[in-house]
Write a protein that binds this ligand. Structure first.
Ligand SMILES: *Cc1c(COP(=O)(O)O)cnc(C)c1O
Length: 456
């Protein structure tokens, strides 16, 4: 039997239908930067899976009963209970979103000059580490560099490299090891429990704190039940509980697997570290029983982290992603293999091989998806990760030219994704005609949000 979503729509919202001319105008006005587009000009919005999930009636009825007390709100206690049931962390702090949780935890844990090691740091995670005068070093496993390999756990950290680094000249400077599940910066690939267990043992032996960046804890757990031997009989909840049990603490955005518009949490075992975080939280986010979250979002996330672990939901979501991946392959568009759950990563460098990295094939494909179909998604290639000179010319290309098609939770149905596949197939038919782009304006900081480009 095919998997289907275990919910039905009770409230829907319309989506804009536009003409090619309107889209061409809107994209030109936006400086060919999808972040500058008004959402009312986007038909299918696959820019991100963050904060875009559809909430349930269970979440909304809980939200309606939210307790907005400044201190000691009932909503906080329900939030904390849901998180301790899952994670077993004795200390739990809310934060308004993942990057705020990162800022509070890292400022309390790291000293300037220290190094963070990770399978791959997410971009805000890296930024928060670097803002403290620390260094973020990625140690992805070797298989991650082979986009076509079907290795099941390409999100893993390179264990040998981790051990070498912890025994090397920088050993005294390692402030933490951070494992991102799933590995968002690394193609959305999962981390195996074997890898996490090995990291946990190494960190314990070396006395280095191990932190999870657990934005997609449920999707990682689902992929473990599907791909790792010994876990086929486990529930996603059991796997997620075991993963949290292996670490000293975590930061987690709840805009992803919390299926909520806003929210995050910090979970910790160490009481002294928790005390420092609490000071920082109160000074910069809010009191310890809301930490920048509204009562509504405390309630929505408390319900959301239960709903997201429903195996029927996860099976349907994973099936949706694999089906779109298969359709893309059938149309001759290669994706980063194997397909994950929260997004597909299209190999634009290969599809648009007539465009060199300096003409941004990933960006060109993303723009073409918008121009032909009103579909919005994000480039993950040289525009985002490359290095530029003062004349905005690319000097160092990114290793890959990818486009990320993110899949919002519970939002679009099969017919929407069939449409996306049709547009992609249409582009693939005469892909050599897709034009490239050059950069007109690029700020130094947070470049990809504020770029302006022109078609070449
Ligand atoms: C989204 C995300 C973050 C940051 O969370 P926000 O809620 O967007 O601030 C951190 N790490 C990972 C892996 C993420 O996907």
């Amino acid at each position: 039997m095919r998997a289907f979503p275990p919910y039905r729509a009770q409230v829907v919202t319309g989506i804009p239908i536009t003409t090619r001319e309107q889209r061409a105008q809107a994209l030109a006005d936006a400086g060919y930067n999808a972040f500058n587009l008004r959402a009312n000009m986007v038909t299918i919005d696959l820019l991100t899976d963050s904060g875009t999930g559809a909430v349930s009636t269970g979440q909304e009825s809980a939200a309606a009963a939210g307790d907005r007390s400044y201190a000691g709100s009932d909503s906080f206690f329900r939030f904390r209970q849901a998180i301790t049931d899952l994670t077993s962390f004795p200390h739990v702090f809310p934060a308004h979103q993942g990057r705020a949780a990162e800022r509070v935890l890292f400022a309390s844990l790291l000293k300037p000059g220290q190094i963070s090691l990770s399978n791959t740091h997410f971009d805000t995670t890296r930024a928060n580490i670097e803002l403290l005068g620390c260094t973020a070093r990625d140690l992805p496993c070797a298989q991650a560099a082979d986009l076509d390999s079907h290795e099941p756990f390409k999100g893993n950290i390179d264990i040998a490299e981790l051990e070498r680094t912890l025994a090397g000249p920088d050993a005294d400077q390692i402030g933490m090891v951070l494992m991102t599940i799933t590995n968002n910066g690394g193609g959305g690939q999962p981390v195996s429990m074997a890898n996490l267990t090995a990291v946990s043992e190494i960190c314990r032996r070396q006395g280095v704190p191990l932190i999870l960046d657990a934005a997609r804890f449920a999707e990682n757990a689902w992929l473990v039940t599907q791909r790792e031997s010994g876990y086929a009989g486990s529930s996603p909840r059991e796997v997620a509980e075991a993963a949290f049990g292996l670490v000293d603490g975590c930061v987690a955005s709840l805009k992803k697997d919390g299926i909520a518009p806003m929210g995050a949490f910090i979970g910790l075992r160490d009481t002294e570290l928790a005390r420092r975080c609490e000071m920082n939280l109160i000074a910069t986010e809010g009191f310890r029983t809301y930490g920048g979250m509204s009562a509504h979002d405390l309630e929505r996330t408390a319900v959301g982290i239960g709903e997201v672990l429903d195996p029927n939901y996860l099976a349907a979501r994973a099936a949706e992603a694999s089906r779109l991946a298969q359709q893309a392959n059938d149309a001759g568009v290669d994706i980063v293999q194997p397909a994950g759950v929260h997004a597909l990563y299209l190999n634009a460098g290969r599809l648009l091989s007539h465009l060199p990295p300096s003409r941004f094939p990933g960006h060109a494909l993303a723009c073409e998806l918008y121009l032909r179909g009103g579909i919005r998604c994000a480039e993950l290639g040289s525009l985002y990760l490359g290095e530029f000179d003062d004349d905005n010319e690319l000097v160092t290309a990114a290793p890959f030219e990818l486009v990320r098609i993110a899949l919002p939770r519970r939002v679009y149905g099969q017919a929407h994704y069939d449409y996306v596949a049709d547009v992609l197939a249409d582009i693939a038919k005469d892909s050599e005609r897709v034009p490239g782009y050059r950069v007109l304006e690029a700020p130094q900081l947070l470049r990809h949000f504020n770029l302006r480009l022109a078609q070449v």
